[in-house]
Design a protein around this ligand. Sequence first.
Ligand code: S3P
Length: 458
Amino acid sequence: MSSFSVTQAQGGIIGGVSLPGDKSIAHRYLILSAISRGKTIIENFPLNKDCLVTLSSFKKLGIKINGSLKGHSSASVITIFGKGLHGLSKPEGPIFVGDSGTTLRLILGILAGQNFQTRLNAGASLSQRPMLRVTSPLRMMGAAIKSKIKKSLPAGRQKKSKTKIEEYPPIIIKGGNLKGITYRMPVASAQVKSALLLAGLYADGKTKIIESVKTRDHTERALRLFKANIKIRQDGIVMSGGRDLSSPERLYIPGDISSASFFIVLGTIIPGSRILIRNVSLNPSRTGIIKVLQRMGADIKVSSLKSQVSKFEPMGDLIVKSSRLKGTKVKKEEIPSLIDELPILMVAACNARGKTIFEGAGELRVKEADRIKSMSDNLKRMGVKVTVSAASGSENITVEGVKEFKGIRAKSFADHRTAMSMIVAGLKAKGETVVDDIKCINKSFPDFVRIISKLIHC
Ligand code: S3P
């Protein structure tokens, strides 16, 4: 275990950062490049654990990928030699997807279209995360899927209630002969939506996805870029299968807004700060963090919007200056646009006047760790009042702002976003904060500690 210690930042934090490409976009660009015809060059591909696992998975499926993946750089230019929609080959053994939920759920969509059997093994944390949400609709499309099944009684219920069945990795999937379906999403999940759209590429007829709450739309944008037959309609997203994809040849991945969020909150809560964040992804389905913080009184300026450079994904520079925050209510419908930023938004909420309520945040329970538990355990020990209440099938979190935080021995719960959030909280807290295990940060942002240390000591 490697721990990391911080003390309260003295004086404002002034500086600029450029970030590796967005993790969500990177998975999608790589996958579509692999199954399209021709060579694709991807710039600013982030070299984090999750994206590297998608890369190695497609190598196992017979795709040649070049690029320098080692050394000190946190992003790289990679070249993918796509083999077309039906060019993947049966891997020699199981594919290990590590703890990357996006890799696993998206690759299931692709494998549902392949006429061979694949076994997908996962790491310790992903092996505890629910998969029925994706295996169930893929089975409706025609894929044969086996997985680990666990039965449980819903928490707090007695014998009479229905037993809940959930599925977990490892997963064995054999695809082929898919047919399109119309599917109304029961859980707001971009990973599930994406898996179904990718499977829809291989299906006979149309696959229609209906979302009651919109989730990130990187897959839809990327599919259009690769010339798939996809229509975004008022009543749903419609994918018509069977059309080969063509490579856009060169793609640039804007900086990851989820990684940027730690610097946005840092610049906001440390008095006297001014942080410039260059070339960040500003896809409207991901900018919930900016909207909510601005509503709380944050001083965040979007200095230039450059959608041309990255083709279908907008990006721009952000200038964040410290400001006084006030509490707000984050509505259930806003949650998907900031789902991964909830831990760091909870840190921001501690620094606001009054209460901040996050409605319908129950999905946080099934991320890399139970983030409701990881964040409330840590923040409560720092002296913050955090309450969690059940609310129509989900959970609400209320955070009451405090005048002063106290430094603690914080636990990362082996979760990258909890670890980074607690480092930011520690920079505001009085005394020393030690985050017990920060190796998990490599999952999304291996360069985080180096970049933040440089900023603090500027
Ligand atoms: C992601 C979707 C979200 C998010 C995850 C990345 C994606 O998960 O939390 O980090 O790239 O599609 P869900 O689909 O489970 O909401």
